[in-house]
Design a protein around this ligand. Structure first.
Ligand code: PMP
Length: 433
């Protein structure tokens, strides 16, 4: 058995110089040195199917992204204090994908930063501090947004819950208290927001807003029942708050039928946050909001981000959105997502450990359980499947409070052959369980 020494050296270097809580996927980690569309290649040149990474939205190493990045770096790269046509062009492209009330864009460097800014905007507009958010959510890695990320503050060693934050149960109709057989479940989950609002008001914080991943991803690839978000938004607005849709995972056509997740819900947020895929790997976060909210924020100190909205970032961001349109990637997400779901549903019928298959477009979750009666989370099964898939050179993730939900989220370039590979390998591996 050959183990290339350089991989071992890289691993040793990582152990020596990186923090221990920087996690590494797979018992036998992969080292990846090249990419092309939805394929990755290790140091030996062996190919892997990337069925997990939503950042290379239009595919790894896209030639059009390479070209605009190289072109802009040759010319110049500076900030938003000087005029540049790429900045307004990018803003206009982003806004062309959103309904009318959205008029103002803020450009930052990550989803985390965009959510930080969303909190500031909500507070500036409402004068309140309190936030309502679903349990198990994730909005980023800084002190400010960890406070609204139950996935982090409630974890072992986490900082705990701040008193200006109220959690509501995730609208998970597979595992939650209101199931799919309950026709009123959307409203019933939304009603859980009432006591959360009351608690914030009792504590004197008021309601600055509600923030949620439109489809909770780290919570387990959950699709809330239709109508959940509009009902929540109505309650939040009645309490004076603003509604923030974190579309980092769900936006930009991944869902196939919808460009943004809130469209599926029939909801209209006040602030939309985008990240990860919008830079295709270049660090980029975008917040869009209404004129009224932007004006409240503009009454405060100057807003400036050194790199946010740089000429380079704006060229890349616009190119990503143009490629989604030019290559018909939203329609591909729909076609490939439907094919994937059909195959997964067949596996659900075949294997008892597949408890639930859910998703939309190329945002898909496969919930693994130990048995149908108890529906106990199949955490070890998910770990086994993930590592065996890696042996079949297919990369995917696992997610959820008990880490038992396989997360399938390939770049939007994925083709029928790729989907068949995923399904064939899963069929074989599930038969081993
Ligand atoms: N929001 C959501 C829903 C995310 O999934 C993530 C990243 N996983 C973030 C925000 C934070 O984005 P970033 O890591 O780019 O700061």
């Amino acid at each position: 058995r050959y183990e290339p020494t350089n991989k071992a050296e890289v691993l040793a270097g990582r152990k020596a110089h990186f923090g221990g809580n920087l996690s590494l996927t797979y018992k036998d980690p992969v080292m990846l040195v090249r990419g092309w569309k939805h394929h990755l290649f290790d140091e030996w040149g062996r190919p892997y199917l990337d069925a997990y990474n939503n950042v290379p939205h239009v595919g790894h190493a896209h030639p059009r992204i390479q070209a605009v990045a190289a072109d802009q770096l040759k010319r110049m790269n500076s900030n938003t204090r000087y005029l540049h046509p790429a900045q307004t062009a990018f803003a206009e492209k982003v806004l062309s994908k959103l309904p009318e009330p959205f008029e103002v864009c803020f450009f930052v460097n990550s989803g985390t930063e965009a959510n930080e800014l969303a909190l500031r905007l909500a507070r500036a507009h409402t004068g309140a501090k309190g936030m309502v958010t679903p349990d198990h959510g994730y909005h980023g890695n800084t002190t400010g947004v960890i406070d609204i990320s139950a996935y982090k503050f409630n974890a072992k060693g986490g900082v705990g819950q701040s008193d200006w934050v109220e959690l509501v149960e995730v609208a998970d109709d597979y595992r939650g208290r209101f199931g799919r057989d309950d026709a009123d479940r959307a409203q019933k989950y939304a009603d859980l927001v009432d006591p959360a609002i009351a608690a914030l008001q009792d504590k004197g914080h008021g309601v600055a807003g509600f923030i949620a991943e439109t489809f909770p991803s780290v919570g387990g690839q959950i699709i809330p029942p239709k109508g959940y978000l509009p009902a929540v938004y109505e309650k939040i607005r009645a309490a004076g708050g603003v509604c923030i849709a974190d579309e980092v995972q769900t936006g930009l056509g991944r869902l196939g039928d919808y460009y943004f997740g809130f469209e599926h819900q029939g909801a209209l947020p006040d602030i939309v946050v985008m990240g990860k895929p919008i830079g295709n790997g270049h660090p980029l976060g975008v917040l869009v909001t209404t004129k009224a909210i932007a004006e409240s924020f503009a009454e405060g100190p100057e807003f400036f981000s050194t790199f946010g909205g740089s000429n380079l970032s704006c060229r890349i961001g616009k190119e990503v959105l143009d490629i989604v349109d030019d290559e018909g990637l939203q329609a591909n997400a729909k076609a490939m997502g439907d094919k994937l779901m059909m195959g997964l549903k067949a596996l659900e019928a075949k294997y008892e450990v597949v408890g639930d298959v859910r998703g939309m477009g190329l945002f898909v979750g496969v919930e693994l359980i130990t048995d149908a009666d108890s529906r106990r989370e199949g955490t070890e099964i998910a770990s086994y499947v993930k590592n065996r898939m890696r042996a079949h050179r297919i990369l995917l993730g696992s997610e959820g409070p008990k880490d038992n939900i396989l997360k399938i989220r390939p770049p939007l370039s994925v083709d029928a052959e790729g989907i068949e590979m995923i399904l064939d390998a899963l069929d074989q591996i599930l038969s081993e369980v």
